[in-house]
Structures are given as structure tokens and as C-alpha cells.
Ligand binder design. Sequence first.
Ligand SMILES: CC(=O)SCCNC(=O)CCNC(=O)[C@H](O)C(C)(C)COP(=O)(O)OP(=O)(O)OC[C@H]1O[C@@H](n2cnc3c(N)ncnc32)[C@H](O)[C@@H]1OP(=O)(O)O
Ligand SMILES: O=C([O-])CC(=O)C(=O)O
Length: 392
Amino acid sequence: MEQKAIDNQNDPCNMVLKPGLEGVPVTQSAICDINGLKGELKYRGYSIAELAAKSSFLETTYLLIWGDLPSSKQLREFEDAIQMHRRLSFRVRDMMKCFPATGHPMDALQSSAASLGLFYSRRAIDNPQYIYDAVVRLIAKIPTMVAAFQLIRKGQDPIQPRDDLPYSANFLYMLTEREPDPLAARVFDRCLILHAEHSLNASTFSARVTASTLTDPYAVVASAVGTLAGPLHGGANEDVIAMLEEIGAPENARNYLKQAIDQKSKIMGFGHREYKVKDPRATLLQGFAEDLFARFGKDEMYDVARSVEEEASPLLGPRGIYPNVDFYSGLVYRKLGIPRDLFTPIFAISRVAGWLAHWREQLSANRIFRPTQIYTGKKTRAWCALEERNKN
Ligand SMILES: CC(=O)SCCNC(=O)CCNC(=O)[C@H](O)C(C)(C)COP(=O)(O)OP(=O)(O)OC[C@H]1O[C@@H](n2cnc3c(N)ncnc32)[C@H](O)[C@@H]1OP(=O)(O)O
Ligand SMILES: O=C([O-])CC(=O)C(=O)O
């Protein structure tokens, strides 16, 4: 009787395939709550708008990973530990100097993040101190890696972190070699808050699958970085700017969109599996862009972006396709003087918080991910010797 139930379950005729796992729950999670019809996003119960207004990236990271906002002592200890671990070993810097300067910074980041596994033991993932230390190292060192590769590929030596600067200001300093304007640093920190977590997106799912094998957190983060890089996920923020530049002027947006839609091409920075309205992060990022433009001057591509959004509304809106988080973020980063191919690495600097929160949660109730498939290949075939195959 029991055997019959197992056979029945594994019978391909009884399996329902959900491409892309759309609507299929694969875990329980208490980290992030999305209401895709209302356009609401909360981390651990706190609205994203409130966190972006009142919190800092490191405080939000603590909240995501340990579940509650820290006390001032906990926050100070966390910030101090991160400040102490910002530097990279000369071995990591030397390794990065061997990377091709023409390579994409996401590939450089994936390799550098994975290399941390070579330096730190991998067998203590049930030890709370190991978990805390790994979180601190990854949150501290990933921005340093992104900034280091930027200088290395320009033929310069990476500059050391500045202990007197907070997390986001220090990253902008390491990247641009200039102490940032306080508004620029605060806007950047708010961007990190907005990108820190988003439930079971592709890279976080990837992180959880990797975590479920009980490997080390550096491998978890490296696999997630690789997944985030793709143009259907985090990589879209780069492509949005390329698209806006191709459109060139607000009056060209309508024709561009019509042509793209006729050719069944995707409009980058639009559409989302969860949201059927405008992504709340896109609304906030648009506001941040406007804050920067008011202070430092407007980016001419902003009018093109607004025109794309307006013209897309009657064409894509009825199908629930609206701007997502990647649509306005590039305009913010451009105004901060950040090169286009660093937009996705910056997304990774932030999302590492979410990945690590999911790593911890996965370990707290782990079962290895091992879904099944519906086999569509050939049944048993007779072996054909090489001489016989050569005759055809
Ligand atoms: C951080 C992030 O990852 S946010 C997302 C970043 N990615 C992008 O901006 C890339 C553009 N967007 C997309 O490719 C998709 O909207 C995704 C990947 C984000 C979501 O994908 P899915 O939920 O699988 O939707 P899917 O790709 O199946 O699209 C469903 C339908 O909407 C259409 N559609 C979805 N997004 C878009 C878009 N951006 N432009 C035009 N049409 C779109 C598809 O062509 C498809 O149409 P069809 O039913 O006629 O074939
Ligand atoms: O949730 C998703 O599928 C993609 C996304 O917006 C994110 O990862 O921030």
C-alpha cells in the first residue's frame, strides 16, 4: 500500500510543472513580506519607507539577520566589528590584481567573495560566534572588494578604508577617492536599505539552495552574486540606462516602446513576478533621484525615463507591468558618479544582508533542496559502436 503511494507520487502523469516555480511556496520565512497588489514591502514587519527614512543600512542589516532592531550597544558593537574587518588581506588584493581589467565587476566580486572561503574555516556553521563573524566579514569586505576592483582595473592600487567614515560614506570614498557630500552618502545608504532584501527572488533562492547543502557562507554569497548578475534580475539596472540612452529623448519613448512590444522584447526595469503595480522601491528611488537633481543638477535621462513610464502605462499597465526597483536606481547611481557596470555590484553590497538572513533562517530548519523533474528524454537506447556511427 505504502509502495503504491510512492509510485503514484513519482508518476510523471501526476506531476504538475510550474515553469519558474511561479506561485509555488518552497519555504516558510519570517524575513520579508510583499503585497504585490498593493505595492507594499516590509522587512521583519517594518515598512520599507519608514526604514529608508529612519534607519541606516547597518541597522537594517542587523534587523534582517537577527530579527529585531538592535539596542544602541548591539548596534555600536556591530558597527565597530564591521569597521575592523573592512580591510582585505594582501593575498585577496593580489589575486584581484590578476583579474582581467576588462572583466565585469560582478565576476570579479563573485570570485573575490568565494575566495574568503579559503581563509576562514568552513565547518562551524552551527556556532553562533562563527555565524556572527561570517556576517561581519561579508558585510564589511564586499564593499571594499567592489571599490578595490574599480581602482585596480584603472591601473591604481586600492585605497584603504577610512576608519573615521561611516559605512556608506567610506564606500563612496574608497570608490571615488574623495570624501562624499553628506547628502550623497545618505542617499546611497538609503539605496542600500531599499535593496537589502526581497523574499525568494532568484539570487536569494540560489543562496538558500546553496545553504541547504550546509556549505560555508562564502559559497552561499558567491552563488547568489552569480545569480544576481543576470539581466532578468539585478543586472537589469545597467540595461535600463543603456535603453534610456538609446531612446535619447522623451519624444522617442512612445515609438521605442511600441516597436519593442511588437517585437516581443522586454522593457528593462519593467515587470515583476510579485508586483502587479509600481514597485514601492521604484517610487522611493525616483524621489531620491529628484533629491539629488535638486542639489547637484538634473540628469537629462530623467525626462526620458519619466516619458517611458508615462507612455508604458497604457501599453503595459493593463497587464500589471510597471517599473521595478531597477528602473530608477541607475539614475541615482549615475548622479553619484558611479560607473554603469558597478550598479549591480552595489546591489550585491546591499543584498548580502538579505542573503545572510536567509542563510541563517535556512540553517535553523534545514532540509536539502532537491526538487524533481519530468523526464522528457529518450527511453532506453541500444548502444551503437563508434564505427557504426561513423557510417552515417
Ligand atoms: C531586482 C529584480 O530582479 S527586478 C526585475 C529586473 N528585470 C527586468 O527588469 C527585466 C525585464 N523584466 C522581465 O524580464 C520580467 O518582467 C521578470 C523577469 C522581471 C518577471 O518575469 P515573469 O514573472 O516570469 O514574467 P514573464 O517574463 O513570463 O512575462 C509575462 C508576460 O509579460 C511580458 N513582460 C514581462 N515583463 C515585461 C517587460 N519588462 N517588457 C515587456 N513585456 C514584459 C512577457 O513578455 C510575457 O508576455 P506573454 O505572456 O505575452 O509572453
Ligand atoms: O523579487 C524579485 O524577484 C526581484 C527583486 O525585485 C529583487 O530581488 O529585489
